[in-house]
Design a protein around this ligand. Structure first.
Ligand SMILES: [Cu+2]
Length: 167
């Protein structure tokens, strides 16, 4: 009876494998359904302005010192807010913080023609203060410039937004 334990253990394992194999079909079906569901937002994301990225619009508030300020949080994989409205020719201070987590994020705007040109790494301890003065009315893309190996860039995953400069 010394081996009784092992016999039982092996039987249990065997049964487990069998039921596992039987369960496989159901699992596969579920997986297929999930892929189908995911396929939709992915297709939209390619446009970079699909409706799947919910717009969170904020108009900068102008302080008594004449500086317009906005607070921003970079999360995986979004900015909140992701649509910022600022006035032209008025200095801006963006306070950008990263939500806690190990994934690194930054914030990039490359619109030197409008006086907005920065790329700043974010940290979750204290907000980065980004200062600029927009000089040209228009809409400019802001995004996270991070990309890990062969994975989609953070921007492709929805970590992007707009700075709109108005009169
Ligand atoms: Cu990012």
């Amino acid at each position: 009876m010394k081996y009784a334990r092992y016999v039982i253990a092996i039987s249990v394992l065997f049964l487990g494998l069998c039921s596992g194999a039987m369960g496989q079909e159901t699992k596969l079906e579920t997986a297929v359904t999930e892929t189908k569901q995911e396929a939709k937002p992915e297709a939209k994301q390619g446009t970079h302005e699909g409706p799947e990225v919910k717009e969170k619009r904020v108009v900068a508030t102008i302080g008594a010192d004449g500086v317009q300020r906005v607070e921003l949080i970079g999360d995986s994989y979004s900015f909140d807010p992701n649509y910022i409205v600022v006035k032209v020719n008025v200095p801006v201070e963006l306070a950008v913080k990263k939500a806690p987590g190990i994934t690194p994020h930054d914030i990039v705007v490359k619109a030197p023609e409008a006086g907005i040109d920065f790329k700043t790494d974010l940290n979750d301890k204290k907000p980065e203060l980004i200062k600029f003065t927009p000089t040209k009315v228009g809409k400019y893309a802001l995004y996270c410039g991070k990309k890990l190996w062969w994975f989609k860039s953070h921007r492709e995953r929805g970590m992007e937004g707009v700075i709109e400069v108005v009169e």
